[in-house]
Write a new protein. Structure first.
Length: 417
């Protein structure tokens, strides 16, 4: 009999033998990096912390969530189907048609919509669906804005693709410059993540911009994944959507060819803990996505599906949500008064403030004011020959009430000067 010797930690034994080493190509997640940056930094005594780093809405969730959950408790005992329920798909499809003025009957939720357990997992899982081993005989590329939502990069790397970071600066309208994409890059592109309104800058793509992106996806044969999770939080004009633009383009047998859009209740309904959203678009891609998810995902519990259905059918709570965010931006504007390059974003609930050194500003704000913000460099990457588009910025999430937001912005001005 041979006895095992565990005097060496098992992790050390197995580290070189097993594991996906692509994971080592990623940096720590942005909020892990923030915790490391602020470790050992203690705010001044009697300073109440104000957390403006995470985009987690603090508005009370709509009461109809609890009502729907209580009315559907029998669903807790059932395995959730991948496609949720016909009622969910109809409610979400009807909302898409209303919100984006789609021609009646053009969008078919039974073929073109898939419920997901929050859009983060769906955006990540999409790369497993969209990225082939080779594209145009080379390593596939996954395009994404820079700054970006971290799961885009993680998905690209773990799918074996090259993440390509397209800088969105003030000069480009805070969106990737589509005219700068070369045919050589586009030929090997498998997937393009585009966020509109953008996180963190809040810039919304125009109809012309989206039409160009759709045209490139179809010309070069890649998936255009449009993350529209902030589309229901806007100050002035409702942002245009990718399906809305596609509906106005010349129609073939598949009006949504190459397009997938992602929507969530986390921001629209202040229900981040519900983990509920959907992906919609190209029915060929939706069918394959459903097949993939049948292997990899447990689906939304049926009581959650019922609550989500009720939320997609209701607009009153969304209008109230927008009113509260508009009050917060008004409070922020009154204190910032154009400092740090402040501008009114098209959508979302972030301030993208240019402060010189994002990490140093984040440390000072935490130490001197108990205000927790995210350095912009934690949302962006360096490109050769270009400045990091996030290193001079901080992202401030306006998730607290308007009074707290105003006080925090006044403190930012006082501390950073």
């Amino acid at each position: 009999m041979v006895s095992a010797d565990f005097s060496v930690h098992p992790g050390a034994v197995f580290a070189e033998a097993i594991g996906n080493d692509r994971l080592d190509l990623l940096t720590d997640y942005p909020f892990t990096r923030l915790a490391t940056l602020l470790a050992g930094v203690t705010p001044r005594a009697n300073t109440a912390p104000v957390l403006l780093s995470v985009g987690e809405p603090q508005h009370p969730p709509p009461a109809l969530i609890d009502e729907a959950l209580r009315a559907n408790t029998a669903g807790w005992g059932k395995y959730p189907p991948v496609g949720a329920t016909p009622e969910f798909r109809a409610a979400a499809g009807d909302w898409l048609t209303r919100r984006y003025a789609l021609p009646a009957g053009l969008f078919e939720p039974e073929r073109s919509l898939l419920p997901v357990s929050g859009t983060r997992e769906a955006l990540f899982m999409l790369a497993l669906l969209a990225v082939p081993p080779r594209k145009a005989g080379r390593q596939p590329a996954v395009l994404m804005p820079n700054p970006f939502y971290a799961p885009y990069e993680g998905a690209a790397v773990l799918a074996g693709a090259e993440p390509v970071f397209l800088s969105g600066t003030r000069e480009t309208g805070f969106l990737p410059d589509l005219d700068a994409l070369t045919p050589e890059l586009l030929e090997r592109t498998a997937l393009f993540y585009l966020c509109t309104p953008a996180n963190p800058q809040g810039a919304a793509a125009s109809a012309a911009y989206l039409a160009k992106a759709i045209g490139l996806a179809r010309q070069y044969g890649f998936v255009l994944a449009v993350d529209e999770c902030y589309a229901e939080i806007y100050l002035d004009t409702a942002p245009v959507g990718a399906l809305q633009v596609a509906a106005g383009l010349p129609q073939g047998d598949n009006p949504w060819a190459n397009i997938l859009v992602f929507h969530s209740l986390s921001k629209r309904s202040s229900a981040a803990g519900l983990r509920s959203g959907f992906v919609a678009g190209d029915p060929l891609l939706i069918g394959r996505f459903s097949r993939l998810r049948s292997y990899a995902n447990a689906g939304m519990p049926l009581p959650v599906v019922a609550a989500s259905t009720a939320l997609w059918r209701d607009e009153e709570h969304v209008e109230e949500n927008r009113r509260l965010y508009r009050a917060k931006f008004a409070a922020a504007e009154a204190e910032l008064q154009g400092r740090y390059g402040y501008y009114r974003p098209d959508g979302g609930f972030f301030l993208w403030l240019e402060v010189g050194d994002g990490e140093e500003a984040a440390r000072r704000l935490w130490a001197e004011g108990g205000i927790r913000v995210l350095p912009g460099a934690y949302l962006s990457r360096n490109n050769p020959g270009e400045p990091n588009p996030g290193e001079r910025f901080i992202r401030v999430a306006l998730v607290q009430d308007a009074e707290t937001v105003g006080q925090a912005c006044a403190a930012i001005v006082r501390i950073l000067g």
